[in-house]
Structures are given as C-alpha cells and as structure tokens.
Design a binder for this molecule. Sequence first.
Ligand SMILES: [Zn+2]
Length: 262
Amino acid sequence: MKRDSRVFVYSDYPSASLSTDVVQERVSELGFPLEDRGNLIDFLSLSEQGIYKLAQNLSSAQIPDISIAVDNTNPVDRNEIDSEVNRLLGRESAAGKFYDGFWIQRILYRALAEKVADEIKSGFIHLIFTSRLFGTFENRRYHARVVLMGTPALVSTSGLIEAPAKPKEYYYIKGRLIQSGIGLSELDNMYKGRFVEYDDPKTSSILSSYALQAIGYEITGNAFCEDPDCCLFNSHWQEDVLRVQYNGNLCKKCMESIRSNK
Ligand SMILES: [Zn+2]
C-alpha cells in the first residue's frame, strides 16, 4: 500500500445495528487511515435526473429469477424505478429485493468515478456498506454474498443474515415442521444465538472483519485466508461467522502480510 493510500467508507441506510465508528476503530487499529464519508447518495450530490438514472440502473440489476444471470437489459417498469429512487433517498426499504452484485459494483464504480476521478486508483479503497442483498451467479444460480471485493467493495448487512448458512439441523427441522403443517414461529427461538439476526448487536464487530477482507484483498491480492480461525476466512456457516468474524482475530500470516503491505 502506498504512503498516500486511504480507505473511504460510505453507506446507504444499512441496518441500524451497524456503527461505522466501530469499523473505523478496528481498521484504524491496523494503521489504515479511514475516512467515513457518510451517506453515499449525499456524498455523490447527484441532480434529480442523476438520481433517477442511478435508480433506473439499479432497478435493472435486480434478479427476477435466480437461475438466470442478469444481462442488465431487463425491461424495468416505471413504478420499480420510482421505488428505487425512494430507496436511494431512504424513504423505502430494499428488503426482499435481490441484486446482481457485479452490476451494482459497475454502476456504483461509474458514479464514484464521475465524482472523485482522482481517487479511483490503486491503493485507494472505497468500501460501501449497503442494506441491499446482492449475489453472484455461480454454478447455475445466484448465491447471496456478504462481501464483494473490488472497486467499490460492497458489504451487505442483509447478506450477513441471508448468505452464510444456518446449522444443518435448522433446515432439517424446518422441513419437518413445514411437512407436518406446524408453524415456524418457534424455530428461530430454538436456534437463537447460532445465527446472526436482523439488528443484531454483534453486527458492527462482524462487519469490521468483512471490511478487513475487502481491504486485505486490495493490498495483498488474496481474497480469503485458509486458516479457519482467521477473520479473513471465507465462512460459509453462520456459526463460523459468529466465531471467527465476530472475534475479529487475524492469523499471524495475514497480520504480517497486511502490516508489510501497509
Ligand atoms: Zn489469515
């Protein structure tokens, strides 16, 4: 990482349980200067027309069918674009919507490149915390993700809930309950503490580790660490997230690698 490198953090109405101050503290501890730029849309200071165009692009990045890769030429209806404008302005929730992560990344890259052209270069890390759930198309279907590396790096507060899998028995019991026509209301209580919930107070600590993954990738070129006790490990299970990402410990190798590249 070059001397003048920086980490810029933005957000778009993420979960209220996310405190970017906690992330800032964690990242600063490792010696990265971090600038919290607050709300992304405010920062971009777009015209009304610019917001509409952005909303149009984002709405076409929605995934109508998880078995078909989005080609971004989906016809989008006006109501959906209006809803997307409302989401950009924080008047409507993005809950229940699912987006193609790479398309969101391209769209937001263009928006940032227009605003801060001189900061789109190696060593400048742009990190956006979003409430939008996004996925990537692999093995013939979309899979939800918590983090998408690159410029800008995206970290999703909904992805944290939806992407890593819950304990295997959870799905087994869920299937049995559905089969026998019994409600699912008690199920989440039975497994409480074994997965991250919406507005979980652990959110900020956990997402700090995902921020480090994105930063680590930018400076070392390694997406994930193989060590299952390192917070840069690619956790597929909620229980691993609650253990390694929540604890936030870097293995010796990653710590050295980050320090020497800083
Ligand atoms: Zn590691």
